[in-house]
Write a protein that binds this ligand. Sequence first.
Ligand SMILES: [Fe+2]
Length: 247
Amino acid sequence: MNTLLLLALLAGTCAAQYGQSLDDLPKITDNSTATSSNEKYILPPLPYEYGALEPHISAQIMKLHHQAHHQAYVDNLNKALVELKEIQGKEEMATKDRIEVLEETIHFNRGGHINHSLFWKGLAPAGSPDASIQGDLGEAIIAKWGSADEFSIALFRTILGRVRGSGWGWLVCNVDTRELLFATTRDQDPISLPQLVILGIDMWEHAYYLQYYNNKQSYLKAIWAVLNWKEANERYLACLKHTPSSS
Ligand SMILES: [Fe+2]
């Protein structure tokens, strides 16, 4: 991606997209350096305690996942953005090579930060009112897949069949057709318009290995118990009201 375009996107000329843009995520001003003042992204707190999703997802996994993995995406994004600004406009070949590396680093860690921020908000303690399928989304799922069980079977089959290595499984809504669809992305690639995220499931090993080892099916069943359907329904309603991407 062209560096100027990348910086423009990061500077906020791209409209916030329901949690799918860095503009949606919190920043603070960092005055720690004597020569410059920079805004930097920060790790958003979880909307529940680390142990709130037990026994389905252990507190150990949640704490490591949030404090180590998500924090690393935030830190590496901030570091790469600072370096990119510092070397911007320099023409040396070595600098051009470095810019390419930084652009890839920003793409990866930007996605990691966005995806995990959506993921945490998309989970809720099992048995809580938020964790039961509900609202217009629930009706749309049953209309398309027949039942919540059939939906989960189809979703898991898609994720297990298509995510190889590290990646994400998604239920998305297309803002042009209002249709609910399954999607998968590699590494930390995020979802973008015309699709909006309804549900996101982290399929990186760091999300389940300490508790479920290589049993991805058991992990998916555990995640199913702690999905935040209230949040998912709000995202679906936002999709239904969203201006079509082509207009
Ligand atoms: Fe993760």
